[in-house]
Ligand binder design. Structure first.
Ligand code: TMP
Length: 247
């Protein structure tokens, strides 16, 4: 859909997250989500600004949400926004969970279970939940407790687990088509006013680990987390690959 057809106008800034800005619009059902150049790790312990990251993340996110929609995964992406870093999205009530899909063991999994061989494959993909709660450092939560704590009912939990598997397979294919290997990813969900649960937030090198399939080069936020340098180059490289895939 073309934003001109929707005739959506950006309103005031209503939320500034660690990496994204959220604006209201003159339509009650839409928000404008803008990817900034801000980057952070360790729940905000380490921050910086990476020129070009906002454009890259927004470009990659839009392409992934469009692909997922084609595959029947309902998500909040509506159309491009008022600038190249932004998109119009459906307004939802966010579910305060981060859903992590792991194809290989790395990151916080290895910190919790240091005896696990680095990059040990998970077959099938392993799903974990963390609570979205900065004050408590986004603690891990068992699937059973997601229901016990009233965050989701059992039916919704099942739907989100199935959707996350479908999203994982779609992301694996998507990144393989641009010469990448998906290691793990994080997704979030929200409820529309009628209660329907849809995929929200962003899917980008900030929220996925992706290696170059041939060289093993790191093409995601681990370059920042691990002080590897060439951060802007990695995001731009992923964006260029996604843009070339479209042709
Ligand atoms: P982790 O190994 O640090 O738990 O990260 C797993 C995946 O989730 C990785 O692709 C990065 C992503 N992620 C986020 O997008 N946001 C977060 O706050 C965290 C902790 C991880």
């Amino acid at each position: 859909m073309d934003p001109k057809d929707l005739n959506v106008t950006r309103g005031k800034l209503i939320h500034q997250g660690k990496a994204n800005n959220v604006y209201e619009t003159d339509h009650d059902e839409y928000l404008e989500l803008e990817a900034s150049d801000r980057i952070s790790a360790g729940n905000g312990a380490k921050t910086d600004v990476i020129s070009g990251k906002g454009v890259a993340n927004n470009t990659i996110s839009k392409a992934i949400f469009t692909k997922l929609d084609e595959l029947g995964v309902k998500n909040h992406y509506v159309c491009p926004g008022s600038n190249e870093c932004s998109k119009i999205v459906l307004k939802t009530e966010p579910i305060l969970l981060e859903v992590i899909g792991r194809y290989f063991a790395t990151g916080s999994y290895l910190k919790r279970y240091p005896e696990t061989p680095d990059m040990m494959p998970f077959v099938p993909m392993f799903i974990e939940f963390t609570e979205k709660d900065d004050a408590r450092n986004d603690p891990p939560i068992l699937a059973e407790d997601v229901v016990q704590q009233g965050i989701l009912d059992g039916f919704e939990l099942d739907k989100i687990q199935k959707a996350t598997r479908q999203i994982g397979e779609a992301l694996k294919d998507f990144f393989a088509q641009c010469g990448g290997k998906l290691i793990d990813f994080k997704v979030e969900f929200g409820r529309l006013p009628d209660g329907t649960i849809i995929l929200i937030d962003e899917i980008s090198p900030d929220t996925c680990r992706i290696l170059d399939a041939n060289t093993g080069d790191v093409l995601d936020k681990d370059r920042f987390r691990k002080d590897m340098g060439n951060i802007a180059e990695a995001y731009t490289e992923m964006m260029n690959r996604v843009n070339n895939m479209d042709q």
